[in-house]
Ligand binder design. Structure first.
Ligand SMILES: Cc1cc2nc3c(=O)[nH]c(=O)nc-3n(C[C@H](O)[C@H](O)[C@H](O)COP(=O)(O)OP(=O)(O)OC[C@H]3O[C@@H](n4cnc5c(N)ncnc54)[C@H](O)[C@@H]3O)c2cc1C
Length: 462
């Protein structure tokens, strides 16, 4: 039983909830972040395409367009100070037939309507000059110089670590199953019967946002997961492209793209399949086959390269095309629902939105004086910057060149890793071409030596 009533509890420790917790922790408030899983950033936020979008293709006038544009600015400015790797590669949107080429001026006009004026139309020759490895049949394109690559794992972690540094309590393994809104306090009950009292609640529960919304007595949207499968290719594929290669988007999806990652790999994906199972994050034969077929057309030489990994993420799609942002002063409740395909980019702007809605609902949130705020600077994991091994650390994961000191640091501190997946997101260990085959033993031994658990616990074996 936690008897301290909080001013605000954020339910859901994905990138959105962590961004909200970070911003609220910069106010004179008692904040808690409740996360059902053992770690933050371990849901949809760990399995996306990792692009910091300009928002050029959003629906003009939508909440998503506004918040992606604002979130892009905020995260772009925040990332270097927090040690989140960002790479300014830009993107080229490629048309593959005359109909798509004819649509490009409309997409450029949409970008301008969204306030993004740096896009430039290209003819087929210009596209090919930029990306000589593209397959045959290019009919035109559009350069979007502002699209960036970002480390999606470090983003959630940096937000959460900064929130903790400024007094936020992170309560992991807390799945909120019941809510009781009283006159002054709301009681949140977790799966194992624990109660957490708070004045205000922010729903950032991602794929389960609609279920939590209904527990507060509200309705209006239902999540139907849209699964996106991806293939990660080996770093030797990286010279095949200079920038992200985007397809012409449709109403349903941004489509299958080929993108470098800040870690130096190349990604092909994602698919877009509406499914019913909110836990179905496995890859499928059909999904991988569909990606390979598309990839063969976009960048034929990519298919000769080794595959490092496959993964899938679930977008919190709803019957609406826009984010579902609502507030109730009576219930002292804010909902950030339906954050479908752009939540990584929009996260810091969604946090601003949540704070505004909370204040409109009666929360008094005086800013903490600057001299009492604590910042966070993570060790950047991107290939473009300097890595610890270059300063002489002893490497334990040779594919990703992760040092023993990085493993030890990731297993200690305010938000330590508790499993291999958490270590991977904090350090890149076991994420390389051998997927841990060579290093997992030593990585787990180091982790166990740091946090005092057994190697078997780290390996997840009985
Ligand atoms: C394939 C794919 C590609 C994408 N590409 C991009 C991209 O390139 N750029 C971009 O900006 N965005 C992208 N996105 C979108 C982005 O990943 C999401 O919008 C974002 O991660 C959503 O974050 P979230 O915090 O809302 O959800 P999540 O990360 O799912 O976090 C929600 C958290 O709430 C927890 N939770 C749920 N219910 C409860 C409960 N009752 N009690 C306690 N905790 C609970 C969950 O365990 C989870 O950790 C992509 C998404 C996918 C799937």
């Amino acid at each position: 039983m936690i008897d301290e009533p909080f001013d605000v509890v954020v339910v859901g420790g994905g990138v959105v909830g962590c961004a909200v917790a970070r911003l609220l922790s910069r106010r004179e408030l008692q904040i808690a972040l409740l996360e059902a899983k053992a770690d933050v950033g371990a849901g949809t936020s760990k399995a996306n395409t990792a692009i910091l979008h300009t928002g050029f293709d959003a629906v003009p006038g939508s909440a998503e367009a506004r918040l992606v544009a604002r979130g892009y600015e905020l995260l772009h400015a925040y990332a270097p100070s927090a040690g989140i790797s960002v790479e300014a590669t830009g993107a080229v949107l490629v048309a593959w037939d005359d109909e798509q080429a004819a649509n490009l001026p409309t997409i450029a006009a949409k970008a301008a309507a969204n306030g993004y004026t740096a896009a430039r139309l290209l003819d087929a020759t210009e596209v090919r000059e930029l990306e000589p490895h593209l397959g045959a049949g290019v009919t035109g394109g559009m350069l979007v110089p502002g699209e960036h690559l970002i480390d999606p794992w470090a983003t959630s972690l940096a937000f959460a670590e900064e929130a903790v540094a400024n007094g936020c309590v992170v309560l992991a393994n807390r799945h909120v199953t019941e809510c009781e809104v009283g006159a002054e306090l709301t009681v949140l009950r977790t799966g194992d019967g624990e109660e957490v009292r708070t004045r205000f609640v922010v729903n950032a529960a991602g794929l389960y946002g609609d279920e939590l919304h209904r527990r507060f007595g509200f309705d209006g949207f239902t999540v139907r997961p849209r699964r996106g499968e991806l293939i990660v290719f080996d770093k030797l594929a990286r010279p095949l492209l200079g920038r992200t290669i985007l397809p012409v988007p449709t109403a349903l999806t941004k489509g299958v793209l080929v993108a470098p990652t800040v870690f130096g790999n190349v990604m092909l994906g994602p698919t877009a399949d509406d499914i019913d199972d909110r836990t179905a994050t496995g890859s499928t034969r059909a999904g991988i086959d569909a990606l390979l077929q598309k990839g063969r057309r976009i960048l034929p030489a990519l298919l000769d390269e080794e595959v490092t990994a496959v993964y899938a993420g679930l977008r919190a799609a709803t019957e609406h095309s826009d984010y579902q942002l609502t507030a109730s002063a009576a219930a002292r409740y804010v909902c950030l629902g339906g954050i479908r395909s752009t939540g990584l980019t929009a996260s810091m702007a969604l946090a601003e939105e949540a704070l505004m809605l909370l204040e409109q609902s009666g929360l008094v949130a005086p800013p903490t004086p600057d001299d009492r705020l604590v910042g966070v600077h993570r060790t950047p994991l991107g290939e473009a910057g300097e890595r610890p091994y270059q300063r002489g650390g002893r490497i334990v994961c040779h594919c990703e060149r992760v040092t023993g000191d990085e493993i030890a640091a990731a297993c200690s501190g305010a938000l330590p890793a508790h499993d291999i997946d958490g270590l991977r997101r904090r350090t890149r260990a076991v994420a390389g071409r051998c997927q841990g085959f060579h290093c997992i033993g030593e990585v787990c031994a180091l982790a166990a030596a740091t946090d005092g658990r057994t190697m078997a616990e780290w390996l997840g074996t009985p």
